[in-house]
Design a protein around this ligand. Structure first.
Ligand SMILES: [Zn+2]
Length: 98
């Protein structure tokens, strides 16, 4: 089972793999507005396939939304990285310049 519960809102989510091989939580419940089809993979991590608008009718009732889109606490998922100035560590070695 790849079912999980969102830590911030408690919704049931399924962890899927995107085309970039990243993990993405997808709502367990299908949504009429959904655009993501979960495709079974041998490694048991479903692949999240984004279905284009014109093809969504075909998958009615099977499409889900990214939990990032529906989570009321989504802001917590994407905390902006704090930019701390440690001082630029630019290496000034100039290689290969004639
Ligand atoms: Zn959530």
């Amino acid at each position: 089972m790849s079912g999980l519960t969102c830590r911030s809102c408690g919704a049931e989510v399924i962890v899927a793999q995107t085309s970039n091989n990243k993990r993405m939580p997808v709502d367990r419940r299908a949504s009429p507005k959904g655009n993501i089809l979960l495709v079974h993979q041998p490694n048991n991590i479903p692949r999240a396939v984004v279905i284009k608008a014109e093809a969504r009718e075909r998958y009615a009732g099977k499409l889900r939304l990214s939990h990032f889109a529906t989570c009321p606490n989504a802001a917590q998922h994407r905390q902006p990285k704090e930019r701390r100035h440690h001082g630029d560590q630019k290496e000034t070695s100039q290689t290969g310049q004639a």
